[in-house]
Design a protein around this ligand. Structure first.
Ligand code: ADP
Ligand code: MG
Length: 347
């Protein structure tokens, strides 16, 4: 019989490696936007304006009034692993910025056309630069501009054909974008957020120095905001700080909303979601859900933000104990407003 010949092992070119890595970090426009919002927050912005075309697939722009980027750094800012936030591996233990890997801008520049317009407070003028595959494309140009940074991402996934085909619906992508912007606007209520589709009216706008309740009202409506109760918990042994707003038992919705922040990062956690649902299931009609905004602060030493390339899932120690605490905190709050509960349990 004929044996088939073994494949020849070759090293992939750096460009292919980078494009594959980029596709893992940036899975859809809302992932790219989340990274960009986090960069603006890291840069101490107090106002962030986002403009989108075709669900961010065609055009995604974010303008902030943060520190800006020094013109001498513009040459390397989009290379992989260039960051102003992390110096040594040990810094990771106590990192208090969103970013640290220096991969976001690099990744985006490998799968989109990226342009930066930025000005620092001490800079004489603004500078504009375009990037491709992590590298500057053309010269850096001096120009007029406000303090802060404007990043424009065009034709996302133009060179990742399979991904582009998989993401066909701009309106679905826009919904994800709305979710991310809404979440960060609620959690960072001191920062003003604006989201609009290019050439259309503003879809979302929160004021600078607003508060969580007001922003929930602006974004999700008064029918939710008026039913919210504040919860708070501080557990020294677990090094857990919990703050949140949850709807009382008068409110229920067939889909519900769960906004979860762990150390200020918007994340998903199936186990926390299930736990919260299980508490509410006693009080709400069948298949109905609550609106829940939870902000957990854990000892950075106890969480690993590096388990997932998009940093979407985080792993933390003492998960079971922490979830028990969250459940009992919500449970006791719901019990304290149990007038309608009687109605449901008797039904
Ligand atoms: P990271 O956030 O992990 O450092 P990024 O690729 O997201 O990596 O960004 C690289 C660097 O570019 C940041 O460390 C920061 O110095 C600079 N930067 C990016 N976005 C902004 C912004 N909006 N304002 C000021 N600096 C920025
Ligand atoms: Mg970043």
């Amino acid at each position: 019989f004929i044996m088939s010949a073994p494949g020849i092992i070759r090293k992939l070119s750096q460009e292919v490696v980078n494009r594959i890595a980029a596709g893992e970090i940036i899975q859809r426009p809302s992932n790219a936007l989340k990274e960009l919002i986090e960069n603006s927050l890291d840069a101490k912005a107090t106002n962030i304006i986002i403009t989108v075309k075709a669900g961010g697939l065609k055009y995604l722009q974010i303008q902030d009034n943060g520190t800006g980027i020094r013109s001498e750094d513009l040459e390397i800012v989009c290379e992989r692993f260039t960051t102003s936030k992390l110096c040594s591996y040990d810094d990771l233990k106590e990192i208090n910025t969103y970013g640290f890997r220096g991969e976001a801008l690099a990744s985006i520049s490998h799968i989109a056309h990226l342009t930066i317009l930025t000005k620092t407070a001490s800079g004489k003028c603004a500078y504009k630069a375009s990037y491709e595959n992590g590298k500057l494309k053309g010269p850096i140009k001096a120009c007029a501009g406000n303090n802060g940074t404007q990043i424009t991402v065009e034709d996302l996934f133009y060179n990742v054909i399979a991904r582009k085909k998989a993401l066909r619906s701009p309106s679905e992508e826009y919904a994800y974008i709305l979710e991310v912007v809404g979440g960060y606007a609620i959690h960072n209520s001191h920062v003003g957020f604006t989201l609009k589709k290019f050439g259309e009216n503003t879809d979302l706008k929160t004021a600078i120095k607003s508060n969580v309740l007001e922003n929930v009202r602006v974004i999700h409506g008064n029918s939710i905001a008026r039913e919210l109760m504040e919860i708070q918990l501080n557990d020294a042994t677990l090094k857990l700080l919990l703050h949140g707003f949850i709807t009382n038992v008068n409110y229920s919705h067939k889909k519900g909303t769960m906004l979860l922040f762990i150390n200020h990062r918007l994340v998903e956690s199936q186990s926390i979601r299930k736990a919260v649902d299980s508490v509410y299931s006693t009080y709400l009609p069948k298949n109905a859900h609550a609106f829940v905004y939870l902000s957990l602060e854990l000892d950075p030493r106890n969480i690993d933000v590096n388990v997932h390339p998009t940093k979407h899932e985080v792993q933390f120690l003492y998960e079971e104990q922490i979830i028990e605490k969250i459940k009992s905190c919500i449970e006791s709050k719901l019990l304290s407003c149990n007038s309608t509960r009687v109605m449901y349990t008797q039904a």
